[in-house]
Design a binder for this molecule. Structure first.
Ligand code: HEM
Length: 449
């Protein structure tokens, strides 16, 4: 029997709207009824808006892949993030978004992954060295956060997290999260259109500080590019790529917006997935030993990544059970008909990797940890139709390929050196900026050999 890792308790089927809002504010995941794990679609009516959960693979495909232009991101979705992210690719729509993706996507193409591998490997070695200094029982999330932030700075700007500006961004970012803890609350609990949005002074201050630091990095890089002395990394690639349609490159301001989202989207998510992956293998010593064995073949050469089959399947399974982005929201721009139900213009469409990945009518053993599933018929079919940790369609995460190298690589490097065991503190998943544990993910870490 495969381990059944923690899943938040569902709420009772019927609760008042007021109670629902209360639960929602506490945690989006436990505020939902258990029946959503078997539903194809669900409707939520409130005095202010209507939301529809699209939990049928065919509907998800319509929204994300077939007609994405008809289901843009709502302007309010990123409201909580706007002070930090400005007009970054994560928040824009239409022509602006398309232009931004034309400039960003080439930096993440397959061939470039090979070029960023050395920086990722160096970040992995640094993470191993840090953990060796503090084995024993610990909360692993701060460690994976540190490692993922290090990966971003090394690959983007060729600087390690110890760099003065990089570590300042990382620190200020933690403060920012404390002041603005829940990513999408504003998107789900939407007030009437006239309702203004308030940000606390702390949120505005930390956002301004982070942006000022990033601006220093991008301006310095622009000077290096002009002098012909820039390192060949992701920042240089993005800053020197002209949009093939308009011929324009990003301005410094636009680049600050994009760096802010790379940092946010690229480090929180990977850190969360890696922490859960380590917890899952602590529950399954057998998979852990398999990863440790295959990791012996790992070298600083990119081609050795192909040896990490178990690490990849485990990381994929961690993304299924604990998708770092648990829900996404879109808006209808015209009336729609979903599963014979009328969906008015201006409705919110919620796509929930969290529910789709554990759908009781689609997956075998939906709540079990079973990395072997990816080799089965059911696993393959579900991977194609019901697995969207990186979203899908044109708005798919541009960092998906990057993350699928980084995650298995760091997992393998850590397991090659350390053994991870569970403690008596079982983590409780909650949706913050990403899916985290309410009180950390505690593991006992010891040297392997
Ligand atoms: C395990 C790691 C990651 C996961 C699970 C993940 C997941 C996602 C998801 C689900 C979205 C779509 C959100 C939505 O449509 O509302 C997204 C968008 C995005 N991700 Fe990732 N991501 C990861 C890593 C990264 C990395 C490493 C980077 C960059 C270095 C990155 C950059 C972005 C950007 C820029 C967007 C916005 C794309 C757009 O809206 O066009 N992500 N990510």
């Amino acid at each position: 029997m495969s381990p059944q890792p923690p899943k938040p308790a569902a709420r009772p089927d019927k609760v008042s709207l007021w109670r629902y809002m209360q639960l929602f504010r506490r945690d989006i995941l436990s505020a939902q009824p258990a029946k959503l794990y078997r539903a194809w679609m669900a409707e939520f009516r409130t005095p202010f808006f209507r939301s529809y959960l699209a939990n049928d693979p065919a509907l998800v495909k319509t929204v994300l892949k077939d007609r994405p232009d008809d289901f843009p991101k709502s302007d309010r979705i990123g409201a909580g993030l706007r002070p930090l992210l400005g007009r970054s690719v994560f928040l824009t729509n239409g022509e602006t978004w398309k232009r931004q993706r034309r400039i960003i996507d080439p930096a993440f193409e397959g061939g470039r992954l090979r070029d960023t591998y050395g920086a990722m490997y160096a970040a992995g070695e640094a993470a191993v060295a840090r953990l060796a200094m503090r084995t024993g029982a610990l909360d692993i999330e701060p460690e994976t956060s540190h490692a993922a932030a290090d990966v971003i700075f090394r690959t983007l700007f060729s600087i390690p997290i110890e760099d003065k500006t990089a570590s300042a961004v990382f620190e200020r970012f933690r403060d920012h999260q404390r002041s603005q803890p829940i990513l999408n609350l504003g998107a789900f609990v939407r007030g009437p259109a006239w309702m203004p949005r308030f940000f606390s002074r702390a949120t505005k201050t930390t956002a301004r500080d982070i942006r000022a630091l990033i601006e220093q990095l991008t301006e310095a890089r622009m000077r290096q590019i002009t002098a012909g002395q820039a390192p060949d990394d992701l920042a240089t690639k993005i800053m020197t790529t002209a949009d093939p349609v308009t011929g324009r490159t990003f301005t410094t301001e636009e680049m600050v917006d994009q760096v802010a989202i790379f940092f946010l989207a690229g480090h929180e998510t990977s850190a969360s997935a890696l922490a859960w992956a380590l917890y899952l293998i602590a529950l399954s010593p057998e998979w852990q030993d398999r990863i440790a064995a295959e990791a012996q073949a790992l070298t600083p050469d990119f081609s050795s990544m192909s040896k990490l089959r178990c690490a990849r399947d485990v990381f994929r399974e961690a993304l299924r059970l604990y998708p770092p982005v648990p829900m996404m929201v879109r808006e209808t721009v015209q009336p729609e008909c979903f599963r014979a139900r009328d969906v008015p213009k201006g409705s919110q469409i919620v796509l929930s990797p969290w529910h789709l990945h554990r759908h009781g009518r689609l997956w075998d053993n939906p709540d079990g940890f079973d990395p072997g599933r990816w080799a089965t018929e059911n696993g393959k079919a579900c991977q194609r139709d019901a697995y969207i940790p990186f979203s899908s369609g044109p708005r798919v995460c541009p960092g998906a390929g990057f993350a699928m190298v980084e995650g298995p690589l760091l997992l393998a490097m850590l397991v090659r050196r350390f053994r991870f065991e569970v403690t008596d503190r079982e983590p409780v998943p909650v949706a913050h900026l990403t899916v985290r544990a309410s009180d950390g993910i505690w593991l006992k870490v010891s040297e392997r050999a």
